[in-house]
Design a protein around this ligand. Structure first.
Ligand code: ZN
Ligand code: ZN
Length: 110
């Protein structure tokens, strides 16, 4: 399995760690070593890479609304998947800006 690098800082990100952001409709991906690195990335661009998620998160009701503002989402949503050991924890957002706002507020663990 090829090693991914953080889209923001370039460090290696193993398959069972870090975060994957995906805009599935546009088949665009980004990889992050830490949640905090989504913030400057979103502010600066954001720069996506072409690609799709290697592992699709389980489709859950929570993924049909923005984790930040609660807006109903369609297939233009932005997914963020936390890889933590064997766990895959997904959240969805209406825009990368709301991903940024959510991440800068501490994400899930605030
Ligand atoms: Zn990083
Ligand atoms: Zn939102």
């Amino acid at each position: 399995m090829s090693t991914l690098r953080c889209t923001w800082c370039g460090v290696d990100v193993g398959p069972d760690e870090g975060y994957r952001a995906a805009e599935q409709a546009g088949e665009r991906l980004a990889t992050f070593c830490r949640l905090e690195h989504t913030v400057p990335w979103a502010i600066q661009g954001p720069h996506w890479e072409a690609g799709t998620l290697a592992e699709q998160p389980r489709e859950e009701p929570a993924l049909s609304e923005c984790a930040h503002c609660g807006a109903a989402l369609d297939d233009t949503r932005v997914l963020l998947v936390h890889h933590r050991g064997e766990y895959r924890i997904a959240d969805a957002f209406c825009t990368t800006d709301h991903l940024r706002a959510w991440a800068s507020a501490g994400g899930r663990w605030r």
